[in-house]
Design a protein around this ligand. Structure first.
Ligand code: ADP
Ligand code: TYD
Length: 214
């Protein structure tokens, strides 16, 4: 299944640096979809599966391993996210459910290509790209300073990825990946340095195109 245009459920992915407001926007978006009678399922990567829990342990520094192993674990988590028969994305989409995911493979392209070549990361995700491409990847583009300000307000300790210099690089890598894959992926960039409602309105304008909604 290379493209899900002919399936009933759509696959909407929100991407962005840490603190860009993805989870906030996913709440708005799923509410709005449900108001319009669209069956939808919010989800996220890393997942809460055993593989996702292992990733979390690595991210908080409890387990140490090589960056290649981390990138490969994210691929394993993603394949499980797609294929597992309890709550996998692919079976749900086939049943007509629209999936709204906080992160998918563009997160890997952005975060892991800081330490290794982007081409390696893309190759490692090849199976996922063949199994399911997003209907659209929506990038909430936020200045790293703004994102850090939002994170600092709400968290007592910063995890591995939430340092400003890293977020600057992650944002650049996202933009590089979008450019590199512009022929085969549908990406929409939204200005995320605004209030929640303005961002939610722009996301809705984009998403409603994929449904029969006026
Ligand atoms: P992410 O899921 O991308 O890490 P969150 O949705 O958790 O981001 O948002 C990070 C923090 O910023 C939260 O405390 C959230 O309430 C706040 N926030 C989200 N969107 C905005 C916005 N547009 N303006 C100001 N604060 C925001
Ligand atoms: P999380 O606490 O879920 O952050 P957020 O709410 O910002 O999504 O942590 C997810 C972290 O994992 C985030 O820093 C990005 C990183 N990540 C990767 O490094 N590779 C990936 O493939 C994915 C999906 C996430």
């Amino acid at each position: 299944m290379k493209d899900n245009t002919h399936n009933k459920g759509k696959f909407i992915v929100l991407e962005g640096i840490d603190g860009s407001g993805k989870s906030t926007q996913i709440q708005y978006l799923t509410e709005k979809l449900m108001q319009h009678g669209i069956l939808c399922y919010p989800t996220m990567e890393p997942t809460d599966s055993p593989i996702g829990s292992l990733i979390h342990q690595i991210m908080i520094g409890r387990i140490k391993t090589d960056n290649k192993v981390i990138a490969a674990l994210f691929v394993a988590d993603r394949l499980d996210h797609l294929l597992n028969d309890v709550n996998g994305i692919v079976p749900k989409i086939q049943e007509g459910v629209t999936i709204v995911s906080d992160r998918y493979y563009f997160s890997s392209f952005a975060y892991h290509s800081i330490d290794m070549p982007m081409e390696w990361v893309i190759q490692a995700n090849q199976q996922c790209m063949e199994i399911l491409k997003p209907t659209v990847s929506i990038f909430i583009d936020v200045e790293p300073d703004v994102a850090i300000g939002r994170i600092a307000k709400n968290r007592f300790h910063q995890e591995l990825f939430e340092k400003k210099s890293r977020l600057i690089k992650v944002r650049e890598k996202y933009l590089e990946a979008f450019e590199k894959l512009k022929e085969s992926e549908h990406v929409v960039i939204i200005n995320g340095n605004r209030d929640t409602k303005a961002i939610a309105d722009d996301i809705w304008e984009e998403v409603k195109k994929y449904f029969e909604i006026k």
